[in-house]
Design a protein around this ligand. Structure first.
Ligand SMILES: CC(=O)N[C@H]1[C@@H](OP(=O)(O)OP(=O)(O)OC[C@H]2O[C@@H](n3ccc(=O)[nH]c3=O)[C@H](O)[C@@H]2O)O[C@H](CO)[C@@H](O)[C@@H]1O
Ligand SMILES: C=C(OP(=O)(O)O)C(=O)O
Length: 431
């Protein structure tokens, strides 16, 4: 079993480079299924979710290479192979295979997806969209079966502005006959990135990034080359780490506009955030930081994916902070682990209440999901003594070379392989 061991208390200093966006990557790779010829995507992060999607494309007959962050995918020999089990269960975003395979083949069988356990993660809006386009959708023995004689454009109103449903409906609609309108569409930057790839493949999409997306179906799509956007959540994680332990940190390869909600909140805490064209500089913050309230919202609001690392930073702020997650109200499993590390934090309904500042203490803790893992790494960087973070497979689904990147800033963090059952104190099992 692999764990991260962190000796806390070291200042972070220097430049840290952000990788390509996980939440774009996991949609761009399935989007390649729709092309008639080779697609290449540059700047992909080397994370478990990307390797799993590569394996899934190979399972359906894709010829895929992945070197130095560039994936080339030849989709021409792909077939509508059912994918009820195995790799599809390893990530939430395997649900994008539904839209892409339905669009290309008029059918798909995809096992219900995995991903982080953040409470219920329904896909009813995806299904509503597929049905509106003319697909018959059934759930048989834990797999979603999608079949369509012919997909026809439709007007679809999303009851919730879901990123996943917006992208999945775009994937299914680009080759459908006629016009599709997605109303109350989500506006996240990853949606624009996917629409850009599809447009460069020959799709006709207007309005991505606004709440109404219009798609005119086309006959066919062809291969293209695309460079992925930077990961705003990874960038935000590093900004929060810099606010907590930085002595002058530059976060490189970030679109400052994408992290504005976080920037505003850090400034409210008293952290100086300097925005440059593709970089953000955080000089050593003055102490004490101020307590603040945070509410997660759909983009451009404060991202739910940054809520967990933010709660750790707030243990270092003076006063009481309230963090409310309106997207995933149960995304607080890391709070119990933080309490083990001496944090004064508790959960009430969909909020975490944190009082600081308190000296965190190293402990053996377990990542319950991806961003909980990043939060615990941050807690380890702050804490006095050694912290062992278990279940790091969650972290490696979404952060590329985290150890190397933080080590480059001066953190004392290493990955250690322990014999099964040898982790300190707690069990390290999978969920
Ligand atoms: C709005 C938001 O912050 N979305 C984030 C969420 O997206 P993720 O794709 O997980 O979630 P969605 O944006 O699809 O869903 C947002 C909300 O709508 C609900 N829902 C979704 C689909 C559906 O069919 N029915 C339904 O009720 C969800 O339960 C959730 O409360 O996590 C992703 C990865 O962590 C992030 O990239 C997204 O930015
Ligand atoms: C929860 C996340 O990932 P996923 O939706 O892929 O589980 C995340 O990116 O924070």
């Amino acid at each position: 079993m692999d764990v991260y061991k962190i000796t806390g208390g070291r200042e972070l200093k220097g430049t840290i480079k952000v990788s390509g966006a996980k939440n774009s990557a996991v949609a761009l790779i399935p989007a390649s299924i729709l092309a008639g010829s080779e697609v290449s995507i540059e700047g992909l992060p080397e994370i478990a979710d990307v390797f799993t999607l590569k394996a899934l494309l190979e399972e359906i007959g894709g010829v895929v290479t992945f070197r130095d962050g560039t994936m080339t995918i030849d989709p021409s020999e792909m077939i509508a192979m059912p994918l009820p089990n195995g790799n599809v269960k390893k990530l939430r975003a395997s649900y994008y295979l539904m839209g892409a395979m339905l669009g290309r083949f008029g059918k798909a069988v995809i096992g219900l997806p995995g991903g982080c356990h953040l409470g219920p993660r329904p896909i009813d809006q995806h299904i509503k969209g597929f049905e509106a386009l003319g697909a018959k959708v059934t759930n048989e023995h834990g797999s979603i079966y999608l079949r369509a004689e012919k997909l026809r454009g439709a007007k679809i109103y999303l009851d919730v502005a879901s990123v996943g449903a917006t992208i999945n409906i775009m994937l299914a609609a680009v080759l459908a006959e006629g016009r599709t309108t997605i109303e109350n569409a989500a506006k996240e930057p990853e949606i624009i990135d996917v629409a850009t790839l599809l447009s460069n493949m020959g799709a006709n999409i207007k309005g991505a990034g606004t709440n109404i997306i219009r798609i005119e179906g086309v006959e066919s799509l062809s291969g293209t080359a695309h460079t992925i956007i930077p990961d705003r959540i990874e960038a935000g994680t590093f900004m929060i780490m810099a606010a907590a332990m930085g002595a002058g940190v530059t976060v490189d390869n970030v679109i400052p506009f994408h992290v504005e909600a976080l920037t505003a909140k850090l400034r409210e805490m008293g952290v100086d955030v300097i925005e440059e064209e593709e970089r953000i500089v955080i000089p050593k913050p003055e102490r004490p930081l101020k307590a603040i309230d945070v509410k997660t919202l759909v983009y451009p609001g404060f991202a739910t994916d940054l809520q967990q690392p933010m709660t750790v930073l707030l243990t270092q702020a003076e006063g009481t902070s309230v963090v409310t997650d309106t997207i995933y109200s149960a995304r607080f499993k890391h709070i119990d682990e933080l309490r083990r590390m001496n944090a004064d934090a508790r959960v009430e309904g969909s909020s975490a209440i944190i009082t600081g500042p308190l000296q965190l203490q190293g402990a053996s803790v377990r990542a319950t999901d991806l961003r909980a893992g990043a939060a615990l790494v941050l807690a380890g960087l702050i804490a006095e003594g050694e912290t062992e973070v278990q279940a790091i497979h969650h972290i490696e689904r979404g952060y590329s070379n985290l150890i190397g990147k933080l080590g480059g800033l001066g953190a004392d963090i290493r990955k250690v392989s322990l014999p099964e059952g040898a982790a300190s104190g707690k069990d390290g099992g999978n969920h």
